[in-house]
Design a protein around this ligand. Sequence first.
Ligand SMILES: [Zn+2]
Length: 369
Amino acid sequence: MKFCSNCVMPDTKPGIVLDDRGFCNACRTKEIKETIDWTARRKELDAIVDDIKAQNNPFYDCIVAVSGGKDSWYQAAVLAEEYGLKVLCVTLAAHVPTTEGIDNLNEMIKDLNVDHMKITIKPSVFRKIRQKCFLRQGEPNWAEHCAMFSSVVNTALIYDVPLVVWGEDIAFEFGGLQRAESKPSALAINKSDLIKEKTIHDWLDDDISERDIFFYKYPDYQKLQDAGVKSIYLGHFLRWYGRQNYEFVKERGFVGRRAGPLPGNFLDYDNIDEKLCEINIWFKYLKFGFWRATDQTCYDIWNDRMTRDEAVDIVNRLQDEFPGNDLNHFLRFHDITEEQFWETVEKFRNHDLWEKVDDEWKLKYKLEK
Ligand SMILES: [Zn+2]
């Protein structure tokens, strides 16, 4: 396990390659972004919007997938206000929402004054799929991502909406499996790092019926193209600053977590809308030796708001905290016992990275200044 010499990302993150300077993919992305002609990119977006306005769409011009988080609020504001598009916001409802998440979503819809549709997928099926994703893959939120991408794009097809807008292309922005260039089209978002090569059909045993999974099934690419549905990453066209988005929406009513950051977190607003996410992220610590504190301090390094030395201190201070706050919700929702939970933890602990010292699991590699 080696760490990036510019930020604090380890090379255990899938897809990360450190170059001869010791820089990771995301740090190289930062350099690539300096060289992009953002005015030209903005013009490409202008052209897409002009096209859509000229179509005089009967219902909506575009769908923005929103969670009530900082980035989706900002995206919807750009499209509805700056570009004057008829925006339909679509949310895949959180099954165990936080009060801040509910407040933020309500505030956002009031603030933007747009139509909003909430899709709530059948709880019994969602529970079963999440449970399998947790027990077999140590990644329960796979179910969420699959349903989010598929339900939003299906909604565009059903309502004949020509544009679906997503935020950043995570593989480019945060350094993932796929590439060193951003792509304008998000058509293949169902094959992104969050989904990999799996589909909902990989999780179907005879306990889930085909008729219960409509919103998990991503439409055929050809069908989308024939229907004239485009899907884009706004981050390809506009320069993306997570922190700036946060400051933009904070002015307009967004609230962070009222009780302060969760265990292991440095920020109080990451994935603020629901309670099942933290354990999913914490599993990265078992598998790859890093989680929230690394991700969050890296954002700030990439945005020139923190030095690497500061990040090292924060990561070393926070990363061993366990996100126990919502463990009971997690167990109840997935219908698993605490014993099953800890068995699963040990199943996914990566012994190349972890060792037992005085009966306590410790990472073998230390992040240093
Ligand atoms: Zn880096």
